[in-house]
Design a binder for this molecule. Sequence first.
Ligand code: HCA
Ligand code: CU
Length: 390
Amino acid sequence: MVRILDATLREGEQTPGVCFDPHIKLAIAQLLDEVGVDIIEGGHPAVAPEIKQVVKTLASKGLRATVSAHARSTESDLSLALECGVGFLGIFYCVSDERLSGVHRKDLGTAVEHITRAIRYAKQRSPDLVVRYTPEDTVRSAFRNVAEASVAAVQAGADVISVADTTGYMIPGTKNNMYDFIRRLRKAFDEAGVHPKLAVHCHNDRGLALVNALDAYRAGVDIIDACVLGLGERSGIVDLAQLLTVLKADFEEGSGWNLAKLPALYELVSKHSGVPVPVTFPVVGENAFTHCAGVHTQAAIQNPLHYQSLDPALVGREMKISLDHMSGMASVRYALEQAGIRGLDEELERAVLNRVKTIGRTGRTVGASELPYIVEWCRKQAGGSDGNAG
Ligand code: HCA
Ligand code: CU
């Protein structure tokens, strides 16, 4: 079983303009717990006292999920994180040659010394803590640096090594692909006699975060990071709902997940992040299970699978038919049936369809609550013209 780490409260808050109130963070964590994610990254306690307070409160909330804190490899960052009582600690330090010489002004040996000291310190203070080490920008760093730092990190006590595609750089089918990277790293670990769990953190700069995460899954990673709405730096990371849905629907993962909670989770996060859910967003978008064109609706009404490959019930949703300029008679009849409006003759049904199409051409759809008024209007027009004729 793969495990899921949700990073909405940490990486998600690195989305420009996103800052959740502490009580909203608790509500988000509660829903994440109900969905069934395994690890909730609560924040980076050294960033602000309010963040530390939230991480600490989350850690003592008795959630089923393990609460995690994010930290640089400095003693002050680590102390603040450890004071929160978390069960999981993520330490990151970039070991690319460019970063080592340009930013850290250290050689690899000194950097490794720094990283291992931090891990030993954390493990000494909290022996049961699960420690993850991330060589930031893993996939663009020299492989030998990543391998050397990671092997040393594991020998110092790290339990998990995370492969971060910090800039959304990997492309399946090219030499820079996540599957081969994970396999190569696992081999290097085996050769060094260390056996950490592997995690993956995929950014979405090329729109390939989910595909790369699935590539990592295929290569056998143990933990996958995701965020609600795919929030995060720049184009964010893997979208949680899409990841969970694919893993459950197509890979038999997540027997304990309750994906029917996803719509409520997305509504909450969208409202308080100010990031709207695009209508076309898979799984949770307004249109994700809505059929529009006459040909589609006619077939979907008979059997939704003609035009759906996912069961909306999996995520607590229903198939919908859109009433607009694309509608045909089947759509109108279905909508009337759904609204409990029965006994219309064909002429009246056609009048309703014409009205729906006219409204649709103005660029909007007809909602279920509007339909009875259209029926009433059309009935009156028919009655009126009957009257005139008589
Ligand atoms: C960051 C970068 C990070 C770290 C991931 C990790 C990334 O914002 O600190 O610590 O596992 O994408 O590399 O999110
Ligand atoms: Cu990131």
